[in-house]
Each structure stands twice: as C-alpha cells, then as structure tokens.
Design a protein around this ligand. Structure first.
Ligand SMILES: Nc1ccn([C@@H]2O[C@H](COP(=O)(O)OP(=O)(O)OP(=O)(O)O)[C@@H](O)[C@H]2O)c(=O)n1
Ligand SMILES: C[C@](O)(CO)[C@H](O)COP(=O)(O)O
Length: 245
C-alpha cells in the first residue's frame, strides 16, 4: 500500500505539498511557572521563532498551529502581527499530545502529500534539518531527525545502577517528524482509539509495523523543557549572531 502511494507521489508533476502541524498546547509543567511557548527568546516569543523556521522554509506550503484554549486569541494575534502568512489555522489542542496532534491533522489541507509534526517548544531547528527530513520522507514515507547518544547510559533502580546499556544503537529523536499524509493520519487515529499515550509520532507509526528513517538532527534543535533550556537557547541565538553557528 505504502509502495503504491510512493509511486503515485513520484508520478505527480509537482513537488510534494507539505503541511506542518506545530503542537503548542502543552501545560509546561517542568518550566516552574513560565509559559514556555510565549516566553521571550532573544527579541521574540519562543513560538514565533518556531513558526518562522517553517515560514522561511520553501518546502512548506502551510502551517497549522495547535494551542491551548486560553491562548487561542493571543496566538492568533501573534500570527497576524508577525505576518506569518503560511499559518492557515490556529486550533485548540487536547490533554494528551496525541489529542493535540489529531486536532492539528484534522485542519491540514486535504491535498497535502506530506505532514510534518513539530514541537512548538523547539524554536531553533536549522533549515538544513527541515530540508533533509522532508526530502527523506518524500523518498521513504516517514523520517525523523536524530542525534546519536554520546553519554554512557545506565539502567538504574532506586538510585543503584543495574546495568550499562549498549549505546551504539541509541539515538535521541527530534522534530519535525515527517510522514506521508495517509500514514500519519492512520497511525495517530489508531493510537488515539487504542488510548496509547505516545511521546512522539514515530511511535505511532512504529506501532503499525512501519519503518521510520533517521536523518541528521542538530544539537541546536533543543526542546525548551526546563528554564535552563531558555539560557541555552539564548546562547545559541547569540552564537548565530556572531556567525559561530
Ligand atoms: N497535550 C499536549 C502536550 C504537549 N503539547 C506540545 O508538545 C510539545 C512537546 O511537549 P513538552 O515539551 O512535554 O511540553 P509540555 O507538555 O508543555 O511540557 P510538560 O511536559 O513539562 O508539561 C510542546 O510544544 C507542547 O506544547 C501539546 O501540544 N499538547
Ligand atoms: C517529540 C519529542 O520532542 C521528541 O524528542 C519528545 O518526545 C517530546 O517529549 P515530551 O515528554 O512531551 O517533552
């Protein structure tokens, strides 16, 4: 089935229509009271950096932003004020990540060939990461950026090491994760029906028994998870201004 879709996509005269769903409807429990998607990073809110990455990337035709109900008006205003004209919809997410992804998928244009799911809390994804992951997904149907684990990894219980885990096959996976439109819709809908709580969308596709290709991630593509990540984000932006990154 996937093979057939792939061949059909290749036959299309146009480059794949690509939509991005940016999920920003979380409650930022690990941020010690900071509303991370609206927190300032450099001169701009985190979410504006995130949306700009996709606005600037010629591969993307449309952006759907998923937000919390209490931020709907503010996020819609921000998209207008910053002239983020690829944003076609701003919609309300749900309690679990999967609910938010589903809410976004429902608003994606029906003729999209590829859909990228990206964390609103990843504001600094380099263009090269976006380009490569879209290109690979167009070839294989599913791709995600990742970086190899470099620390030694231990499995521990109650503060005591039980074993050293072989890290040679371990990767930390990032977003955007890009999929053929039919595949990601089917995978996330099934995860929701099954009540699966997933931390990323590759997980939903893996559960269908499908393979996801890894592409080159970036250490700059941090996820703002704790307040310390805002300090890291500022340092990355400053290094970019100095031309060091
Ligand atoms: N129900 C949810 C949960 C998460 N997200 C989004 O998924 C991304 C990655 O999630 P995470 O970093 O865990 O964000 P939060 O869920 O907000 O953080 P926490 O787990 O600390 O509460 C974020 O952009 C977040 O807004 C979402 O849209 N809807
Ligand atoms: C999707 C993700 O960013 C990939 O690394 C990550 O799994 C999100 O995890 P979180 O627990 O919701 O922060």
């Amino acid at each position: 089935m996937l093979e057939v879709l792939r061949k059909l996509a290749k036959k299309k005269a146009h480059p794949p229509i690509c939509s991005a769903v940016i999920v920003a409807a979380g409650s930022a429990r690990r941020m010690e009271g900071i509303d991370k998607v609206l927190a300032p990073l450099g001169e701009l809110p985190v979410l504006v950096h995130t949306i700009y990455s996709f606005q600037d990337c010629p591969r993307f035709d449309e952006i759907v932003v998923v937000t919390r109900e209490d931020l709907l008006v503010e996020v819609s205003r921000i998209c207008k004020d910053f002239q983020l004209d690829k944003v076609s919809k701003v919609v309300v997410g749900g309690r679990e990540r999967t609910d938010s992804v589903l809410a976004g998928l429902r608003e994606v244009r029906p003729d999209a060939d590829l859909i990228a799911i990206h964390d609103g809390a990843r504001p600094l994804a380099p263009q090269q990461v976006l380009e490569e992951v879209v290109e690979r997904a167009a070839e294989t149907g599913a791709a995600a950026p990742a970086i190899p684990v470099t620390d030694t990894v231990k499995r521990a219980r109650e503060g005591l090491i039980e074993e050293t885990v072989d890290r040679s096959e371990l990767w930390t996976v990032q977003t955007p994760q890009v999929f053929e439109a039919g595949l990601i819709r089917a995978a996330v809908e099934k995860a929701a029906v099954d009540g699966e709580s997933l931390t990323d969308e590759c997980g939903a596709v893996e559960r269908l028994g499908m393979k996801v290709s890894l592409t080159t991630g970036s250490k700059e593509n941090i996820k703002i998870t704790t307040p310390f990540d805002l300090i890291l984000g500022e340092a990355i932006l400053e290094a970019r201004v100095r031309g060091e990154l």
